[in-house]
Design a protein around this ligand. Structure first.
Ligand SMILES: Cc1ncc(C[n+]2csc(CCOP(=O)(O)OP(=O)(O)O)c2C)c(N)n1
Ligand SMILES: [Mg+2]
Length: 388
C-alpha cells in the first residue's frame, strides 16, 4: 500500500522508480508505470510469486475459477443474443473477469456491493440469477431491483453516481456499529466525475468502511486514459484524499482477491477506506452500440490477449494439479449449459408490463405524467400492444 508520504515506492518486481509523468505506451508495459507499486502475484505466464501466494483452499480456487469461466460464457451468450435482436444493449466484460470476480470474493452476504454496469460476473457471485440479469439488460424494469436478501445496489449506468450512496451505506454501518463493509466499483472515466471526488473525501474524513475499486481498463468509450488523467495513474486520486491506495494487476485473480481482502479487513477494523486501482483492459466493445475500430488501433489489444486472466489462472491451477485439459473442457461445457438454461428460462418468461414504469416514482401520479401514460398506451395500441 502506498500513501502520500510513500510515493517513491518501487514496483513489486523491484524495477526502477518511474516518474509519474513518464509517458508509457499501452502495448509495452502498461502495468508498471507511475510511481506506485503494483501488486502482482500471478504473472501473465501463470507463474506464481511464492512469497505472495495467499494459498487459498482448493475449494475456493476452483469456485473462483468457475465464476470467471461462467462470467465469460454469460458474456459471449449475451453478445450472441444481442446480435440476434433478442437482447438489449449490453456492456461486455471480456478480459476483465479476474478484476470483477476478485473484488467480491472476500465479501460476506452481510457486506454490500455497489456495482457499475460492467459487473454481471460479480452480480452472479452475489446471488443474481442469470435470467434476472437478462431481464435487466433486455430493459424490463423488474430486472433492476436486487434479489431478496442480496445486499447490492442496482447497477449504475449514470457513471460515478452510485459511489456517494455506497459511501452513505458505509457511514450508516459505522453509525449502527455494524462490522461490515461496502465494495464499490467504477471506471477510469467515472473517476473524473465530481461525485466520485465528493465520495472519496467523505469516506476519508469519516473513515467509512468502503473499498473503492477503480477499474482502469484503458478506455472510457473512446476516451483513452491519457486524456482522462495527465498522471497515468489513478491510485493518486485516492492518495490525494488521504486514502491508502494500491495499484493491482487487475488480470491477476490472486492479486485482486488479496488486495480486496486486505481492504475489507481494514474497513472492518475501523481503519477506513481503501482505494484499489485495478489495471485491466477492455478487450471488446464498450457496449454493443459501439465500434472501437473507429477510434483505437487493434494492435493495442494484442498484448492483452497474452494477459488473459483466465488462461494464466488455468496454468496456475494445472501446476497445482487441480486442473487438466479435460477438466477445463468440463467446466466450460457446464458453464455454457448453465447459461443456455438461463437463456431458455428468460425466453419463457412473460415480458414486463411497460405501463409499470410509471408506477415507481410517485405515490400518486401527477396529472402530467398520467397524460404521458395515456399517450404511451395509445401509441402501444397502435403497434398492436395492449397492456392497459
Ligand atoms: C454521468 C454520465 N455521463 C456520461 C455517460 C455516458 N457514458 C456511459 S459509459 C461512459 C464511459 C465510462 O467509462 P469508464 O468509467 O472508464 O468505464 P468503462 O465503461 O470503461 O467500464 C460514458 C461517458 C453516462 N452514462 N453517465
Ligand atoms: Mg474504462
Amino acid at each position: 500500500m502506498a500513501t502520500e508520504d510513500q510515493d517513491t515506492a518501487r514496483t513489486t518486481s523491484g524495477e526502477e522508480v518511474v516518474s509519474p509523468n513518464t509517458p508509457s505506451a499501452m502495448n509495452t508495459d502498461p502495468i508498471n508505470v507511475g510511481h506506485i507499486e503494483v501488486l502482482q502475484i500471478l504473472n501473465e505466464h501463470g507463474e506464481v510469486d511464492k512469497g505472495l501466494d495467499p494459498k487459498l483452499s482448493n475449494e475456493t480456487l476452483m469456485r473462483v475459477y468457475r465464476a470467471m469461466v461462467l462470467a465469460r460464457a454469460f458474456d459471449q451468450r449475451m453478445l450472441t443474443m444481442q446480435r440476434q435482436g433478442r437482447m438489449g444493449t449490453f456492456a461486455p466484460n471480456i478480459g476483465q473477469e479476474a478484476c470483477i470476480i476478485g473484488q467480491v470474493t472476500p465479501l460476506t452476504r452481510d457486506d454490500w456491493y455497489a456495482p457499475s454496469y460492467r459487473s454481471f460476473g460479480a452480480q452472479i457471485v452475489r446471488g443474481w440469477s442469470m435470467e434476472h440479469l437478462m431481464r435487466l439488460w433486455a430493459g424490463f424494469h423488474d430486472g433492476f431491483p436486487p434479489p431478496k436478501d442480496v445486499n447490492d445496489l442496482p447497477f449504475s449506468i449514470v457513471i460515478g453516481s452510485h459511489v456517494l450512496p455506497a459511501v452513505g451505506i458505509g457511514m450508516g454501518m459505522t453509525y449502527k456499529k455494524q462490522n461490515n463493509c461496502v465494495v464499490v466499483n467504477f471506471g477510469d472515466g467515472a473517476s473524473s466525475q465530481g461525485a466520485v471526488s465528493e465520495a472519496l473525501n467523505f469516506a476519508a474524513v469519516y473513515k467509512a468502511p468502503v473499498v473503492f475499486v477503480c477499474e482502469n481498463n484503458g478506455w472510457a468509450i473512446s476516451t483513452p486514459i491519457k486524456k482522462q488523467t495527465a498522471n497515468e495513474v489513478f491510485a493518486t486520486r485516492g492518495i490525494s484524499f488521504g486514502i491508502p491506495s494500491i495499484r493491482v494487476d487487475g488480470n491477476d485473480i490472486l492479486a485482486m482477491i488479496c488486495a480486496t481482502e486486505e481492504a475489507t479487513k481494514r474497513a472492518k477494523n475501523g481503519e477506513g477506506p481503501t482505494f484499489i486501482e485495478a489495471i485491466t483492459y477492455r478487450m471488446s466493445l464498450h457496449t454493443t452500440a459501439d465500434d472501437p475500430s473507429v477510434y483505437r488501433d487493434e494492435k493495442e489489444v494484442e498484448p492483452w490477449e497474452k494477459r488473459c486472466p483466465i488462461a494464466r489462472f488455468e496454468t496456475y491451477l494445472k501446476n497445482k494439479g487441480l486442473l487438466t485439459a479435460d477438466a477445463i473442457q468440463e467446466v466450460l461445457e457446464s458453464c455454457e449449459q448453465e447459461v443456455i438454461e438461463a437463456r431458455d428460462t428468460f425466453y419463457s418468461m412473460p415480458p414486463a408490463n411497460p405501463g409499470e414504469i410509471f408506477n415507481h416514482l410517485y405515490e400518486s401520479i401527477p396529472e402530467e405524467l398520467k397524460e404521458q401514460r395515456e399517450e404511451y398506451f395509445r401509441r402501444l395500441k397502435e403497434k398492436g400492444i395492449d397492456y392497459e
